[in-house]
Design a protein around this ligand. Sequence first.
Ligand code: NAG
Ligand code: NAG
Ligand code: NAG
Ligand code: NAG
Length: 910
Amino acid sequence: MGWHVLLPGLLLSLPLVTGWTTSKCLLTEGSQLPLVSRYFALCPVFQLSFLATCNSVTNLTETLAAVPQTVEGLCLSGSVSSLPPDAFSAFPGLKILGLNLHLTRLLPGALRGLGQLQKLSFLDGPFGKQSLFIPPDAFGDLISLQRLHISGPCLDKKTGIQLPRSLQRLDVVFSCLQDVGELAGMFPDLVQGSSSRDPWSLHMLDLSFNRGLKMARPGSLQGLQLETLNLDQTRLEASRVRALGLQKLNVLSAKLTAMAELPAEAVAHFELQELNVGNNKIGYISQEALASFHSLKTLHLQSTGLTKLPPGFLAAMPRLQRLNLAGNQLQSKTLCMNETGDVSGLMTLDLAGNGLSTLPPDTFSCLPHLRELLLQDNQLLSLERQLFQGLQQLETLNLDKNPLLNLGKNWLAALPALTTLSLLDTQLSLSPDPGFWESKSLRTLRLKLPSAPALTVLSLPMYLTSLELHGASGRKHWGLSPRVFPFLENLTIVGQGLRLEVQNASGVFPALQQLSLLQNSLEAFCSQDNPNIFPWQLPKLQTLKIWGAGSNFRPCLITGLPSLQELKLEALQSIIQPRSVQLEELVGELPQLRALQLSRTGLKSLSAAAFQRLGSLRVLVLDNEKDLVLHDSLREYSPQMPQYIYILQSNLACQCANAWMEPWVKQSTKTYIYMPNNKLCLAEEEGPAKHSLFSFLWDHCPQSLELKLFLASSSLVFLLITLPLLQEARNLWIPFLQALFRVWLQGRRGQGDEGKRFLFDVFVSHCRQDQGWVIEELLPTLEGFLPAGPGLRLCLPDRDFEPGKDVVENVVDSMVSSRVVLCVLSGQALCNPRCRLELHLATSLFLAAPFPPVLLLAFLEPISRHQLPSYHRLARLLRRGDYCLWPEEDERKAGFWAWLKSRLGQPGLE
Ligand SMILES: *[C@@H]1O[C@H](CO)[C@@H](O)[C@H](O)[C@H]1NC(C)=O
Ligand SMILES: *[C@@H]1O[C@H](CO)[C@@H](O)[C@H](O)[C@H]1NC(C)=O
Ligand SMILES: *[C@@H]1O[C@H](CO)[C@@H](O)[C@H](O)[C@H]1NC(C)=O
Ligand SMILES: *[C@@H]1O[C@H](CO)[C@@H](O)[C@H](O)[C@H]1NC(C)=O
């Protein structure tokens, strides 16, 4: 290798730090999944202890190398055409694997070793069908697999893939199926062929969204036992299901298909328990069809164009419990028309969106077992008390989106079991009469307040546990009646300007655990008092969600909530008057806070001051926050930083203040940081060209970027610094480069021979002021022979340097021929230029050598990081055990020597 390539070669062999910009994977713990769930959207996962999702994967080996092997869920998207053997064998505990990789084939053994895998998904865009080859025995090892989900790719029709016996659910959706019979070629196990073995049974076979699926050869699924068959959004006539040859079927879903009439025969043949034929143009139910429905427990007929029900409709389905008739044009009277007094066991009835304007008193007279009644989105103006007379068991009533003006006096008394009532978007004028809410059972209420209230006292049921209030803006405050809601745990306030007259929130809502303030309702809180501090002190509050709608002009400090564990602040930035806030303007003293999510709040800077008041924070999510500055003070504070920091759809400002982040992220073992690698830093002046933060910092922040400064300057800056300092050092760079070359050469030669001999064991770099300590303490302890000392050979500049030789040359030579470089540091040493030079040289050799000597630092007195010259912050690059402080107390000195001796090892040999 010639000289011209040596230097760049050396620089390249240095540990260039690029760690945080290469990470493509987002890691999370199951309990935090809701905070980052949208990153798992392509690969829905249930709660697992530890999960990862990786985007833009092009090299699987490289990506997976960055994923901890303990993950239980792994979702990969990107572009990798084939899955190599043993692709995931490093992850034996994997339970869920989602692959959105545009795969075309799995090589044999690709899924080897995944004995615990429960769910496997192959996903692809729904458009532009891609074929996927799966070898017949690909799933051989997946003995725990419960769900196989193939969405998008098209399988070869003759592959003959063997399915694990543990499989409960098979989805082949958004695919190219045209005939159900093709499944038998893909998965021969499904069909009972000549082999006389036990029939297969599956909990679910999902063939939905196969838009070309319109055929079903008779006997296509001969012998299969199915709980549920899903044919939604296919073009298969549901009536063909009967001929498939299934041994069992309980639930059939065929929403939005080519259905012209109800699959009565199939219902009768399989004695189906559930039928979902919503969003089909049916229009009419014949008596013949109805006659075959007697087995149904659940029937979904939403948006099927029904205008009336056939006589005896409910009577024909004696087991029916759930009936969905939403989105039709039904007349209410058709339900309980039968005068015989027969009653139905129906428990859930959905009549939403039917244009109902009146409900005669006997509408539900035949439904005494009804628990849930959904009447939202109709034209109801009023409700008679008698209407509910028979509904003694009704628990849930939804009357949203009806132009309701009036509810009769004491109307709730007719519903003794009612626990949940929804009255959003009605015209109801609230009655001040306490009897209005006379219900001891009501627990959950959703209510819209009138915009022009006649009164300003809001009387509410007292025993509520959950309350959602929608308010139109108004100047007046609402007083509350009663004065205390002793059981209220969940309160949601929606809408700007809803002002509640609550002086002492902990007295009014002593049990409140969850509070949501949506659509600028925070404004009403924070403008009540002049200081911008959230006024409600709620001792039990655990979750606080605030969603503005882009019109908050001032930040509102959330503080003093001793039990708060989760805080979500979203869209608090005013769209008209964007402002910059600091974290300490948004959050104050929240000692139990575990998760903090900030999204579009206008946050610009984070500093240690804010984190100090958030002692329990584990997860920080910054989403859609532009040009963040993470203040340098965080560096000192970093051991207490949250374990997980997600910086999503956000970027760091292109400022030198952020420069500390990169080396820190690289070293940080306690904090996991996820920051997608695009849009780190958008350099303003450069027009559309996007700079990475890395290159910006490289170009603009040499001073603060200590490590890179160090790397880049270890040759050149070194020369510039030393030339004026050392006048005797002429031709300085030649010995230095020679030294580097020698180090490098030795390294290359010495690759094989382990027991390389050194002239010295320890090169002691120190300055004159510290010579006393070196001679009195260090020398006797290390050079003495056993049992007193280990008998090491030390190299001391004043004693062991060759006389007459250039100083720099001497230093370089001695360092190169020493096994360990020990830097003795004190405050004095750092003020002495020669000393600094020597230290610089030691550290540069340390980094330049392909097989670096061991570098140890001994501090003679505590030295703050700020005192260290920038290159000495390199100390932080060292492993923990590579530096130690010389103690003042005699009894602790033994510990220092023990450390030093253990790090220096045996004399002579490497
Ligand atoms: C993927 O990355 C690994 C490790 O970085 C490398 O060895 C391999 O050649 C890469 N594969 C491809 C196809 O680029
Ligand atoms: C009432 O229901 C019985 C069956 O329970 C049925 O035979 C009769 O036709 C129904 N009457 C009307 C008017 O629908
Ligand atoms: C609290 O109420 C809101 C709005 O009604 C609801 O979305 C949320 O699920 C409730 N939370 C709990 C824990 O019940
Ligand atoms: C608020 O109410 C609680 C409970 O009723 C009471 O203990 C507390 O003293 C009240 N605080 C103020 C400031 O009135």
